[in-house]
Design a protein around this ligand. Structure first.
Ligand SMILES: NC(=O)C1=CN([C@@H]2O[C@H](COP(=O)(O)OP(=O)(O)OC[C@H]3O[C@@H](n4cnc5c(N)ncnc54)[C@H](OP(=O)(O)O)[C@@H]3O)[C@@H](O)[C@H]2O)[C@@H](O)CC1
Ligand SMILES: Nc1ncnc2c1ncn2[C@@H]1O[C@H](COP(=O)(O)OP(=O)(O)O)[C@@H](O)[C@H]1O
Ligand SMILES: [Mg+2]
Length: 286
């Protein structure tokens, strides 16, 4: 399949600057579901990234033990807690988000698997599935058919091999991932260096990013960015392309200032503003 490189001009055709008359109610409501005892950092990073990617409202759905952490670290986010103390057990909420991201830090316990299954049976919104959400799907392959059309999956190479199996070469793995996306009508973000994106009919290669991103939590940040873009109304394939490009661009912009070693996942969020500004064709309108 022909590979299209995601250049700046390709991305600039996708990016839509905010309308000056917009308000938080029209900027999209992103719901991020994740976390567990000892892994609240993952979903906290996703939530923070969604807020810094233009979502008007962001809600976190987390296990009870994360309540104070989230409300303290990210006061801009709203929080709904699960009845489960250390892990998710029953994903129920009254809000109507425009997009949902699920998976960072949730673990794969029996109770979490059950809650995830019930969630998938009901969900009808634009969706991103990452991390342990992908690992659970790898164990329960028949749940893949419950994913809404154009759901975005964001596996790293190990998560991908759990999902579609091991192959002799990266090329074979990519070909099979493309087939998987086509068969299940999903968008796959094949994270790596570089990251590829496919909807099963076309394949895109990202052109941003560097080794500074090889640090825990940068994938959790990507989930928050893409979910926020979906919540703002970007089509799934466009949200994946724009999110992956901006995510990599933060590391490219940071590199001369931070170097590789110093850079952590929070720095992706810190440089998101500069990344958005550098793809804008003109300064933000008043
Ligand atoms: N602060 C927090 O709360 C954080 C919480 N987190 C949460 O932890 C949970 C587990 O997620 P996880 O990704 O750490 O574990 P897992 O799926 O076993 O994969 C690890 C193995 O995969 C491989 N591998 C990865 N990338 C690769 C690459 N580019 N290229 C090649 N191989 C690659 C590599 O395997 P190896 O090469 O060592 O065999 C590596 O050892 C999940 O819920 C997540 O959200 C994290 O987000 C961190 C911050
Ligand atoms: N050497 C690298 N060059 C470019 N991007 C990288 C490199 N290493 C990691 N990344 C990116 O960092 C992110 C890591 O995601 P992931 O493995 O899910 O991290 P975590 O689960 O710790 O949040 C992916 O977007 C991946 O493409
Ligand atoms: Mg990850």
């Amino acid at each position: 399949m022909k590979t299209t490189r995601l250049t700046k001009s390709h991305i600039q055709k996708i990016y839509r600057p905010a309308n000056p008359k917009t308000h938080k109610g029209t900027q999209g409501h992103a719901l991020l579901i994740g976390g567990s005892y000892g892994k609240m950092g993952s979903i906290t990073l996703s939530v923070k990234a969604a807020l810094h990617s233009g979502a008007g409202l962001v809600t976190a759905f987390i296990p009870e033990c994360g309540y104070q952490i989230l409300q303290t670290v990210v006061p801009e986010a709203m929080v709904i807690t699960d009845m489960g103390h250390k892990h998710l057990s029953n994903i129920q909420y009254e809000i109507e988000p425009n997009a949902i991201g699920i998976g960072p830090g949730i673990g794969q316990e029996q109770g979490v698997q059950h809650a995830f299954h019930e969630f998938l049976r009901r969900v009808r919104k634009p969706l991103v599935v990452d991390a342990d959400g992908l690992n659970i799907l790898s164990q329960k392959k028949d749940w893949i058919s419950l994913l809404p059309k154009n759901t975005i999956l964001t596996p790293h190479p190990k998560e991908l091999s759990r999902l579609i199996g091991e192959f002799a070469s990266e090329e074979d793995s990519k070909e099979n991932a493309i087939r998987f996306a086509r068969q299940h009508k999903l968008i796959l973000v094949l994270k790596g260096a570089p990251t590829f994106i496919t909807d099963g009919n076309s394949l895109f290669q990202n052109t941003t990013g560097n080794a500074a991103l090889a640090t825990g939590g940068t994938g959790d940040v990507l989930t928050g960015i893409i979910t926020a873009l979906l919540a703002q109304g970007y089509e799934a394939l466009d949200a994946a392309k724009l999110g992956v490009y901006l995510h990599g661009l933060t590391a490219d912009l940071a590199l001369p200032e931070t170097g590789t070693e110093y850079f952590v996942a929070s720095d992706v969020i810190r440089y998101l503003g500069k990344a958005f500004l550098s793809i804008a064709k003109s300064p933000p309108r008043k």
